[in-house]
Design a binder for this molecule. Structure first.
Ligand code: PGA
Length: 232
């Protein structure tokens, strides 16, 4: 299983140093992927974790002030990158077309994309879940080779679950996972959105889940340990 830790815009330098020490005490055979802020990436030297970023530029190196390219990430041993997180789609107005460009940049530099998709509560109420996911997946994976599509990691994150403490029913998650599998031959499909050490007992009943993308829980190492223990 993959357990991806999305720190979002949290942890200043000294806090992050302490956090890394705590993370060293996490014992697991699962694949732990830490996605800190860009500034904190170079501080990670934990042998029990792989490195991911939370975003990437649509462009190569060049005159793009404030951007960080996939080849730069690669030079810092970054192996994974979250793309299309709903917070970026909402606050940075990130489009599926841009996400597609980012995914291509990542593959060009041998970094595995973790593509986030998910519907709003409004879209779910209007029975538009499949339509939204299909549009997100189709445009984001446009012109990728079959091999690249297989290498993709998809994170299903219902927007109404992120940071709210509310999670979908197992049936709702299973239904979406089947739809994703119908559309893309991705190697891993993760669940993200308020997954925690309490609801993992429910979530782990879903056989299709290949791992989790954790936001809030990524910052609480004690609870993260409980979560990981309960996975087994
Ligand atoms: P959450 O965030 O676990 O705090 O809901 C998940 C995410 O946004 O990736």
């Amino acid at each position: 299983m993959i357990i991806a830790l999305n720190n979002k815009s949290n942890l200043e330098k000294e806090e992050f140093k302490k956090y890394l020490e705590e993370l060293k005490t996490v014992e697991t055979t699962e694949t732990l992927i830490l996605c800190p802020t860009f500034l904190n990436i170079s501080m990670v030297s934990n042998s029990n974790i792989k490195l991911g970023s939370q975003n990437v530029s649509v462009s190569d190196n060049g005159a793009y002030t404030g951007e960080i390219s996939a080849s730069q990430l690669k030079s810092y041993q970054v192996e994974y990158a979250i793309v299309g997180h709903s917070e970026r789609r909402e606050y940075q107005r990130e489009t599926n077309e841009e996400i597609n460009k980012k995914i291509k940049q990542l593959f060009k530099n041998d970094i595995t994309p973790i593509l986030c998709i998910g519907e709003t509560l409004e879209e779910r109420k209007q029975n538009k879940v499949n339509k939204v996911l299909e549009e997100e997946l189709t445009i984001a994976t446009r012109d990728l080779t079959e091999e690249e599509k297989k290498r993709l990691i998809i994170a299903y994150e219902p927007i109404w679950s992120i940071g709210t403490g509310v999670i979908p029913t197992n049936e709702q998650i299973e239904e979406v996972f089947q739809e994703i599998k119908r559309l893309v031959p991705a190697s891993y499909i993760l669940y993200g959105g308020s997954a925690n050490e309490e609801n993992i007992d429910q979530l782990k009943q879903i056989p299709s889940i290949n791992g989790y993308l954790l936001g809030g829980l990524s910052l609480k190492v004690d609870k993260l340990k409980v979560f990981i223990e309960k996975l087994h």
